[in-house]
Design a protein around this ligand. Structure first.
Ligand code: AMP
Length: 422
């Protein structure tokens, strides 16, 4: 049997890379134009950083979705199941609150979750993550949502909808949780095991349930949105109004709660019509209070993360043709044994300026041209006895079939002049 990648992980093959690079470059441009700087934090952190941030009732903790291990120093470490905790840890550790605020930080990289594997749900996947720290203003919420929408739209996605809600302030959440407990405790025996656990730890997480009997109990009940205090309601109204102003398609989602415990006020997701059950491309929300609970200053924050695999799926849905893998500009073919080294030496020189491939053994012209063609090159550059005698290379344009002898010393310039039209 062939060796296999770990279940829930996947390889990103050479032919997949152009789409990944295109996405990464486009995202970097959009976010950096909006003043975001990149930050790269370690792939693992002390487990405590994640547990403190996600909250005891989050799926990460309750459903043991974290890859946690003990290292040789008996420290409990965890592969990051999301970016926010490590990023906030770095923000606090490096005293970044003294920098001009609000500060915008983004990261791109792998995320690890021990989840049930299904279509669009992996155990190692990738996220683009953005955090804006240092402002509690509703304008920042709207701008952050808009930046997410723009990032995805610039990538070429259509059919996007922002689902916007609010989970209120901590008092509102507490009041809502009390209401759910009072209403559901008498019927607790009808709840699933996870449902019961949620009722005990953080009842509003029940709104996220997919279990049909839990759903039947929770569906008719009030929503967090019905419990907003007047300031939280005004905050929400302002975000809503700005999304209207900027023509960002949005709808109210009164049940949005998000998977982690730390959110307050604005919570949102972006959905795409094309990709089936796992239609959420992105989720985010405001988390004032989190930085302080991690031991930092009282800094408000808001952020989002989208799944790269899921966005690439959605893009493939919208426009199925893939960008082609770029080949070298030229492919050098040795026509005799002596030319093998000559060609390798020339390739090394040309590569200071150009992407160049070559054959490693001597070829007859027919086979050599076929190799050049398969490499994706635009020019085949042949070298044999005649060329050696004349101090030249024979250059063939593989698209037009045109052929020319080019002096050795002129080869770099000859090819460079032809890169523009690639
Ligand atoms: P979350 O951090 O759970 O809000 O997830 C943010 C986004 O990451 C989701 O909207 C998905 O696009 C993506 N995502 C989350 N979990 C997975 C997973 N297991 N596999 C692939 N993508 C995921």
């Amino acid at each position: 049997m062939k060796p296999q990648a770990v279940k829930g992980t996947h390889d990103i093959l050479p032919e997949d890379i152009p789409a990944w690079r295109q996405l990464e470059q486009s995202v970097r441009t959009t976010l950096e134009r909006a003043g975001a700087s990149e930050i790269r934090t370690p792939v693992f952190e002390y487990t405590e950083t994640f547990v403190k941030t996600a909250g005891e009732s989050s799926d990460l903790v309750v459903q043991k979705e974290m890859y946690t291990f003990t290292d040789r120093g008996e420290r409990s470490l965890t592969l990051r199941p999301e970016f926010t905790p490590g990023l906030l840890r770095a923000y606090i550790q490096h005293g970044m609150h003294v920098r001009p605020s609000p500060i915008r930080l983004y990261s791109i990289g792998p995320i690890f979750r021990a989840e049930n594997v299904q279509r669009g749900r992996y155990r190692q996947f990738h996220q683009v993550n953005l955090e804006t720290l240092g402002s509690a203003d509703a304008l920042v919420d709207a701008e952050t949502v808009a930046l997410l929408y723009d990032t995805l739209t610039v990538l070429g996605l259509d059919n996007l909808t922002v689902r916007l809600g609010s989970v209120g302030d901590p008092e509102d959440r507490a009041a809502y949780n009390r209401y759910l407990r009072d209403t559901l405790e008498p019927e607790a025996d009808r709840l699933s095991e996870t449902g019961l656990e949620r009722l005990r730890l953080n009842p509003m997480r029940l709104l996220d349930t997919k279990d049909p009997s839990d759903r039947a109990l929770i569906d008719p009940l009030k929503r967090p949105f019905d419990f907003l205090n007047s300031e939280a309601a005004a905050h929400f109204a302002r975000v809503w109004e700005l999304l209207e102003l900027w023509n960002i398609p949005h709808e109210l989602d009164t049940s949005i709660v998000r998977g982690l415990d730390y959110y307050r006020r604005t919570a949102f997701e972006i959905h795409h019509a094309g990709i089936g059950a796992q239609s959420a491309l992105c989720g985010g929300g405001r988390y004032d209070g989190l930085v302080r609970s991690l031991g930092g200053p009282d800094t408000p924050g808001i952020g989002w993360a989208f799944g790269v695999e899921r966005v690439l799926d959605a893009l493939a849905e919208d426009s199925p043709e893939r960008p082609a893998l770029p080949g070298p500009l030229a492919f050098l073919v040795p026509l005799d044994a002596e030319a093998v080294t000559e060609v390798a030496t020339t390739a090394r020189e040309l590569r200071r300026e150009l992407p160049v491939g070559h054959a490693f053994v001597s070829r007859n012209p027919g086979r050599g041209l076929r190799d050049a063609d398969r490499s994706g090159a635009r020019y085949a550059v042949l070298r044999g006895t005649n060329e050696r005698e004349n101090g030249t290379f024979q250059v063939k344009n593989l698209q037009s079939g045109e052929q020319e002898d080019v002096q050795e010393a002129a080869l770099t310039d000859y090819l460079l002049e032809r890169t523009e039209s690639r």
